[in-house]
Every structure is written in C-alpha cells, then in structure tokens.
Design a protein around this ligand. Structure first.
Ligand SMILES: [Zn+2]
Length: 377
C-alpha cells in the first residue's frame, strides 16, 4: 500500500475510501490506493473486468499469466489430448470458450488427423463420411494460398469446409486423395487403437469472446488516472481540469456519429484514449507500466503498457503550469510487486532495447550501459 490515503474519492469527490487496485487485480495488479470510495470502486469493477476479459488484453492475460502465480484464477488450462496422447494444452480466460478444431493434414498420399479428443475424431469421421456419401466433397470451398503452404483440408462448421491449396489442381488432388483413402482412414480411426494414423499436428483453436472497446478504453484511462494519483497525490487528481476524464471513466461515453460510407466502423469514444501501434511505441517494460509525462503544448498524458505489448496513450488534462517531466511506474502481472522506475532504470532499458530508435550505435550503447552500471552501484 502506497502512502496516499485520502477520504475524498478521486471519482465522485464524496467522502469515503476503500482498497482500490491501480492495475486491476484481474490483470495481476497488487498495487492499491485508498482514494476511491466503496461505491465508485464497486461501480467501476465492471470496467476492470471488461479490460481483462473483453479486449485484446484478455488474450495476453490468457497467454502470460502463470496459472499458479497466485490465488486468483486468472486463466485455466484446458488440457486436451489427441488420440495419441499428445497434449493440446489451451489456456483459457474466465469468459472465453475455446474449441480446438479437428485438423486434417495431407502428407504425400497419407492423411493425418489431429483432434483434441475421441469425440472430435468421431465428429470429423461423420462429417467427411456424409460429404462423400452425398457426393459433395469436391464442392467444398477452395481457397488458393501461397504455394509454400501444403494443401490442407480445414473443417470449419458442420455444414461447410475449406481446402487451403496453392492451386485449384492441388485442391482437387487433395479431395481425390481424401475420397480414395477415406474408407481406410475411417476404419482405422474407428478402431480403439488407431496407432500411427493420427499424427500430431498444429492445432487450430477457436476462441469466442466479446469485445467491448469503450469499456477497454475506460479501463485504460482508469489505470492512467489512478497511477497519477499514486505518483502525484490524490489532491492533484482532484483538480477541475481532470473532471472530463473522471466523468469519462465513470461512464460519460460519447460515441461518434458513424459515417454512412463506412458502416463497419466501430463507435468508439476516442477523446481520451488511443491505441498506439506497437512499432511506434517506446516500450520500456515486459509487464504493465505507465509513463506519465507532461508536454507543454499537449498537456498531461500517460502511456499505458499492458503485458509489455498493448500500448495506449491517454490524454489526462490540458497543459498546466509545469515544465516537461516524465515519471515511470511499473506493475507486475504476476504479483511480484510494483515500483517507480528511476531515470537510470529507464535510461538503461531504453539503451538496451531501442539503440536504433535513439539512433545510437549499438557499440556505443553497450559502452553507455557499462557506464550506467557503474552509476547504479
Ligand atoms: Zn466515489
């Protein structure tokens, strides 16, 4: 617990406090502040939840969180085995459902099949059997792919399938092979000991999840505002110039009017938060982190980094009477801790990771790092 206790809530400005996680607990955050009232804390928990479960961040959460990291179950591993006992381990998040799809691969004249379980194989057997009986196997959609990819038959739904092939001739050949070999393959698959027929293959996993971009952005803005309270104090955050972002986090989402010409555009309130393309981002941490900075022309802003790979810029407040400065705070997602990074830490990471962005010769960067090591001691 960082020593910033205030009985005034940084969201509703009423009295009251509770333990609030700066980086959401559901993303592994263990840094707490006390300047949020119980009501707001409860009301905003759905925003944290959406960031953790209904945004691209959820996929990183699923991939990055060791399930044994701490008591809270952030993800779980559904271990499925194919018929030969190969693990097809799939780690899933709380609200996600996964389906490991049966795969058929063609190697030479041999079909090899991988399924997460016996049922998957049976499903595939019935499906292909059906298609052959109906004489419709050759009618499956053919998708032409670069010729470096071997043709593959991908089962997609119970009523449709796709052949990925380099040419339509390749696809036709594959279909012919399936039809020709199918009775044998089927017999082998239906025997309890299928033996060598089923080979390990790269599983294709379908994950179903709901995205809530406006909630995701509010969740990111919340991390930025609470980190500001952590670093600059709750009194700072209570200033009137931060009222717009406060209202936004509390739910004042203003959706843009969608242009009729681009009906696919998502209605996202991007007044405060934008995603920064990874290649343009100055990524200083492999974990969660916030860089708080003030630009004389643009004002107070934060770069929020989640899992070292999702970068967001948050506009917190218009320019204020301050010179330029930068503060960096890092949160672990495995509950190892959290801390403010010193200028030396930051300089060291920048030199290690981005000598090219800094336009510094790698050899010189190494020398500078050596020098910094001396300073740290
Ligand atoms: Zn409140």
């Amino acid at each position: 617990m960082i020593g910033i206790d205030s009985t005034i809530c940084i969201y509703c400005k009423n009295h009251g406090f509770s333990k609030e996680h700066v980086a959401p607990f559901s993303l592994g955050g263990n840094c707490t502040i006390k300047c949020v009232c119980k009501d707001c804390n409860g009301k905003l928990s759905s925003v944290d939840q959406s960031l953790a479960e209904n945004s691209p961040v959820a996929l990183s959460k699923v991939g990055m969180t060791p399930t044994a990291a701490f008591g809270t179950q952030l993800g779980t591993i559904a271990t499925m085995r194919d018929q030969r006992g190969f693990d097809l381990g799939v780690r899933i998040g709380n609200q996600m459902t996964v389906e490991v799809r049966p795969q058929i691969f063609l190697r030479g004249n041999q079909l090899s099949i991988s399924c997460p379980d016996r049922q998957g194989i049976q499903k595939l057997v019935r499906y292909i059997d059906d298609q052959i009986r109906k004489g419709s196997l050759a009618d499956v959609h053919q998708r032409i792919t670069p010729d470096t990819i071997a043709p593959r038959f991908m089962m997609h739904r119970s009523d449709a399938a796709v052949v990925d092939a380099a040419s339509s001739e390749e696809a036709s050949k594959l279909l012919a092979v399936i039809e020709k070999n199918w009775p044998d393959v089927k017999t082998t698959l239906e025997k309890p000991d299928a033996g060598e027929v089923v080979k390990q293959a790269t599983p294709s996993v379908l994950i179903k999840m709901v995205m809530k971009p406006n909630e995701e952005y509010r969740g990111v803005a919340k991390i930025a505002l609470e980190t500001t309270a952590l670093l600059l104090g709750p009194e700072f955050v209570l200033r009137d110039t931060l009222d717009p972002i406060r209202e936004y986090i509390l739910g004042d989402v203003r959706l843009p009017v969608i242009d009729g010409d681009t009906p696919d555009q998502l209605a996202i309130d991007a007044r405060f938060v934008e995603r920064v393309p990874t290649e343009n981002s100055f990524d200083f941490t492999d974990q969660h982190g916030v860089i708080l900075f003030h630009e004389p022309q643009h004002g107070l802003a934060a770069l929020v980094v989640l899992y070292g790979m999702h970068h967001y810029k948050v506009r917190l407040a218009p320019p204020m009477d301050r010179s330029s400065w930068v503060r960096h705070y890092e949160f672990s997602y495995t509950k190892d801790g959290h801390r403010e990074l010193s200028e030396l830490d930051f300089a060291r990471r920048a030199l290690e990771r981005f000598p090219h962005l800094l336009k510094i010769d790698p050899g010189i960067a190494t020398k500078m790092l050596e020098a910094l090591k001396g300073e740290t001691r």
